[in-house]
Design a protein around this ligand. Structure first.
Ligand code: PHE
Length: 355
């Protein structure tokens, strides 16, 4: 029996066994590797007597093809078997009950911020943002509230360093400064966000939310401020008529300044906004003080306008009947499930603007 035939028969026998992938690969190397049996036969080709060489070469090639095909088939077989075993083990049991599906809720404060943003965007305000950590200049000095000004004490500020240069912003008004320093007038922006004061009871939390408004242009007067706030309150509470009063007040960065109250009454234990003879304070506002404009390099003889700051949490409590402010920030999942909003439950006055 020639060498070639013997090689073939030996390997046919080996390949019949129950082999794994590694073993088959080993056989492949034994035959066709650099020093493999078939490869060695090819190397011997030159030494075979001339008249036998042709037949030897053709036999060798035939055996080579045969064994190569067998090996490929064997590898295919093993791989298919492995896949089938895996499928068998991992098959899906469609009779199992589904996993419970829990959907998150939108926090009432986020919901109200979206509603406010969409109402103001309807009348041309764009939305700006500023950082929670502010410097003392933007939060106070640039807003015409110099060092030792009594208004600074009223704010119960959280300072972040001994020199009192960095702080948690006590209101969203520093975004007025940032916006005006960054751009040229006219300005027509709102800035919702978190604010901080060292205060805590049923209606005060150390972290709360405000939305700032700022409108600066060439001919802006207090009538525009009244019109804008009147429109906003009506849209927000979804009422046609609103009772509103401007009470003289003081803010260092506005002159004149006012606080705005809205009329309400209690009917069947529920607050009804816009009627009645009770008053509720909802925001502070005024005409931007010329000193503020000078601080941000806007000429007060050419430009003027109004600003306002609305307490968002207070508005959310009123609109959605929530009576303890602290519950907003307790992170109680049951509370959020009750007062939160479904992501697809779009309010009627929502006009598509998302933060
Ligand atoms: N920043 C003021 C506050 O927090 C509110 C306000 C904003 C008043 C803008 C006037 C103008 O009390």
């Amino acid at each position: 029996m020639s060498d070639i035939k013997k090689i073939k028969d030996d390997f046919l026998l080996k390949l019949k066994g129950n082999l794994d992938l590694n073993q088959v690969n080993q056989i492949k190397t034994d035959l066709f590797g650099k020093a493999g049996l078939i490869s060695s036969q090819f190397k011997m080709l030159g030494k075979v007597a001339e008249k036998e060489r042709k037949k030897f070469a053709s036999d060798l090639n035939q055996v080579k093809d045969e064994l190569q095909n067998l090996i490929s088939e064997k590898i295919d077989d093993i791989e298919t078997k492995e896949i089938n075993q895996k499928l068998e083990k991992e098959k899906v049991d469609i009779t199992l009950p589904e996993r419970p599906f829990t959907q998150g809720k939108i926090h009432p404060v986020s919901q109200v911020i979206d509603e406010i943003s969409s109402i103001f965007s309807e009348i041309g305000f764009s939305v700006e943002e500023g950082p929670d950590i502010e410097n003392e200049y933007n939060n106070f000095t640039a807003l015409n509230t110099p060092d030792n000004h009594p208004a600074r004490d009223m704010h119960d500020t959280f300072y972040l360093d001994d020199k009192k240069e960095l702080l948690l912003r006590t209101h969203t008004s520093p975004v007025q400064i940032r916006t005006m320093l960054n751009d040229k007038p006219p300005f027509k922006i709102i800035a919702p966000g978190r604010t901080y004061r060292s205060d805590s009871d049923q209606t005060h939390a150390p972290m709360f939310h405000q939305v700032e408004g700022l409108h600066i242009d060439k001919d802006i007067n207090m009538g525009h401020l009244k019109g804008c706030l009147n429109y906003f309150i009506k849209e927000f509470f979804e009422v046609d008529k609103i009772k509103m009063r401007f009470r003289p007040s003081h803010f260092p960065f506005t002159e004149p300044s006012a606080e705005v109250d809205i009329g309400y009454e209690i009917k069947d234990g529920k607050i009804v906004i816009g009627e009645g003879d009770k008053w509720l304070e909802v925001l502070g506002c005024g005409m931007v003080h010329p000193n503020v404009l000078i601080n941000v390099k806007v000429n007060p003889d050419e430009f003027q306008g109004y600003a306002f700051g609305i307490g968002i949490d207070r508005l959310a409590m009123l609109k959605y009947g929530i009576n303890d402010l602290r519950a907003f920030f307790d992170c109680d999942y049951r509370w959020l499930n009750h007062f939160g909003f479904d992501p697809i439950d779009v309010p009627t006055n929502y006009r598509g603007l998302s933060r």
